[in-house]
Design a protein around this ligand. Structure first.
Ligand code: KG4
Ligand code: ZN
Length: 350
């Protein structure tokens, strides 16, 4: 019997044990989940310190690091969960979006594992994974809700109507918010990864330097970060050209406030307009302390429930891939062995 026919004939389990693999960027991650919302283990081997030497992720180095780490991280996750391969019911893997060579390491490993164990292979979109992270922090969470997606590649306000029914209310017209954090970090002379370092420096800032209004006050839920990024770069360059020193912490704080305030305001507006009582957050920028504080306060003011994943579940991890993988498992969205990695995957794609 062909692999895919055998897989489709298997009975579905109520509380499947799913091993999830994530290798889209510079983190090789593996997690094991029971019943979609209970994380038995979540392990990460990061190559970020190697990329830091070059000021950003070097795709070829990332692929090689994944090849070195994948076996180790899978065994770490199994050991932590006190399980063996024979306990697994399915393998979920990020197939896109991300660096092609990096994704291929995870996809190839997952295919081989699923085939050799005779269990389903579940392809998961990285973006859907970020959205599903919220299900891990609130086990009772159910759509509908509004998600603020803020990562290195995406910025969007999404109305999650059902597990598989999304309305994208708005997204960025140019740079993603995380990308803007990373570019501003470089201008401020901060090392990779930029976001957490800008946040750290901003804590020492006092005075706010005027920043462009972006799309503040404009109708709708779209964002634009390229003007803000350019304003920060121009401010720093002008000061340097005039031989003037400037307060880097003030500039970091001013940028952070401008970049985050608009996300928070639009997420609240969306919940009010759509009459939805819950907001969730997904993506690496969701780990930002100022965003977490500001959104918590504004949600409390409006009696909106906020589901904020732990910081380690906002940045890239495999548990979120397992959470989305479980939803795909219930639907029987399994892949055959010709599954390929994809560099680009739209927010709306499964
Ligand atoms: O979701 P993620 O880990 O990877 C993508 O799917 O892109 O997001 C990474 C992005 C990077 O741009 C990083 O600088 C940003 O999230 N980030 C932060 C913080 N932690 C990570 N940005 C601001 N503050 C943080 N604490
Ligand atoms: Zn991500």
């Amino acid at each position: 019997m062909k692999y895919i026919d055998k897989i489709k004939s298997l009975p579905k389990k109520e509380d499947p044990i799913i091993l999830a693999i994530e290798s889209s960027c510079d983190e090789t991650a593996c997690a094991i989940l029971k019943g979609g919302r209970e994380v038995l283990s979540s392990e990460i081997i990061s190559s970020a310190s190697v990329h830091a030497i070059y000021g950003g992720v070097v795709p070829e180095i990332a692929s090689r690091a994944h090849t070195d780490a994948i076996d180790k991280v899978v065994y770490k996750a199994l050991n932590k969960a006190n399980l063996t391969f024979s306990d697994l019911d399915a393998i979920a893997v990020t197939y896109g979006a991300g660096l092609l060579g990096a994704l291929l390491v995870g996809v190839s490993y997952a295919k081989a594992l699923a085939f050799s164990l005779g269990i389903p292979l579940i392809p998961v979109s990285h973006i859907r994974g970020h959205l599903a992270a919220a299900y891990l922090s609130d086990k009772e969470l159910k759509p509908p809700f509004i998600t603020l997606l803020a990562s290195g590649g995406h910025t969007a306000i999404i109305h999650v109507l059902d597990y598989d029914n999304f309305e994208i209310l708005g997204s960025t017209l140019d740079d993603a918010v995380g990308e803007a954090f990373d570019k501003v970090a470089r201008v401020l002379g901060l090392p990779y990864p930029g976001g957490p370092n800008v946040e750290k420096l901003a804590k020492d800032g006092n005075d706010i330097i005027a920043m462009p209004k972006m799309l503040k006050g404009s109708k709708g839920y779209n964002f634009s970060y390229s003007g803000l990024k350019t304003a920060v770069i121009n401010y720093a360059h002008k000061c340097q050209q005039k031989g003037e020193t400037f307060n880097k912490a003030d500039l970091a704080k001013s940028f952070q406030c401008a970049a985050i305030d608009i996300l928070v305001d639009k997420a609240i507006d969306a919940a009010c307009e759509k009459k939805v009582d819950t907001i969730t957050v997904g993506g690496g920028v969701g780990a930002n302390g100022y965003l977490r504080e500001s959104l918590s306060k504004k949600c409390a003011d409006k009696s909106i429930k906020l589901v904020l994943p732990q910081k380690c579940m906002c940045t890239d991890n495999a548990a979120m891939i397992g959470a989305e993988g479980y939803l795909r498992y219930l639907k029987g969205d399994f892949a055959d062995l010709d599954l390929n990695a994809k560099a680009q995957v739209g927010i709306e794609c499964k």
